[in-house]
Write a protein that binds this ligand. Structure first.
Ligand code: ATP
Ligand code: MG
Length: 264
């Protein structure tokens, strides 16, 4: 199971929208996908139509109560897409974890042994760099970082990269940045275009070619409890997420010829 944390401590940059729609796109290609809602806001769970009554067990139980993964997973309306939902008590977990043994490794340990059941796990992180996000970074092998095309896009990125470096040196040496995805791009707005160019100039190849446009269908879909890819699969936002998922698969499973060429 490839485990990818979707992280950026900035709020509202498109983490959850990316988790839901990339997850759906991956499931559509036949992959078995597990979403883990690590955000006490529970937006990923709500956006997939998991109502409060269905959230009897949640990420909180996984992290704090030692619940088994198999007991907290809920299936969604999307074939091959499962989720560990989040409830508000997860906000207390940030503090409760401090007292617990292995407080940075609770998610990693909970996922161990489940690798046969899913091909990909996507962790939707909260907008902070606290213990919940740290647990995600310790459990993950790579990071997908959504970056909003706005003036302060790069601000805070160094803080995120510092945290990644700390996790790498102390807990998870193999942690990589799978890619940075530019979100909420508006081609009629010259500023967002400039920001996209600047980000590419600074970060280079790590930025995905695909850019997610600002698209109202992406923001409407969660209120229907559906991924945009199902709510309106032909809208520009859905098409962009399909393209992003394709790029992501290319980075996760590089073609053999490339790998052997590199090895040679
Ligand atoms: P948080 O940090 O609060 O968890 P987030 O990073 O997960 O936020 P989202 O919840 O995905 O961000 O997006 C923030 C808001 O912007 C939501 O209302 C979402 O529907 C909307 N949104 C996200 N991406 C787009 C887009 N490409 N076009 C239009 N609206 C978008
Ligand atoms: Mg979110």
């Amino acid at each position: 199971m490839k485990c990818i944390a979707i992280a950026n401590q900035k709020g509202g940059v498109g983490k959850t929208t990316t988790a839901i729609n990339v997850g759906t796109a991956l499931a559509a290609t036949g992959k078995r996908v597990l979403l883990i809602d690590m955000d006490p806001q529970g937006n990923c769970s709500t956006g997939l139509g998991i109502n409060r009554a269905e959230r009897t067990r949640s990420t909180y139980d996984l992290l704090i109560n030692g619940a088994l993964l198999s007991d907290v997973v809920v299936s969604t309306r999307v074939p091959r897409l499962d989720i560990v939902p989040a409830t508000v008590d997860l906000s207390g977990a940030e503090i409760e974890l401090v007292e617990l043994d292995e407080r940075t490794h609770r998610l990693k340990f909970a996922l161990e042994g489940a690798s046969g059941n899913w091909d990909v796990a996507l962790i939707d992180c909260p907008p902070s760099l606290g213990l919940l996000t740290m647990n995600a970074m310790v459990a993950a092998e790579s990071l997908l970082v959504p970056l909003q095309c706005e003036f302060f896009a790069l601000e805070g990125l160094s803080q995120l990269l510092n945290t990644v470096e700390r996790i790498r040196s102390r807990f998870n040496p193999g942690l990589t940045i799978l890619g940075v995805a530019l979100t909420m791009y508006d081609r009629r707005n010259r500023l967002t275009d400039q920001v996209a160019q600047d980000v590419r100039a600074v970060l280079g190849k790590v930025v995905f070619d695909t850019v997610i446009p600002r698209n109202v269908r992406l923001s409407e879909a969660p209120s229907h409890g559906l991924p945009a890819l199902i709510y309106d699969y032909r809208c520009p936002g859905s098409e962009a997420y399909i393209a992003l998922a394709r790029e992501l698969i290319g980075r996760l499973d590089p073609p053999r010829s490339t790998t052997s060429a590199q090895a040679a």
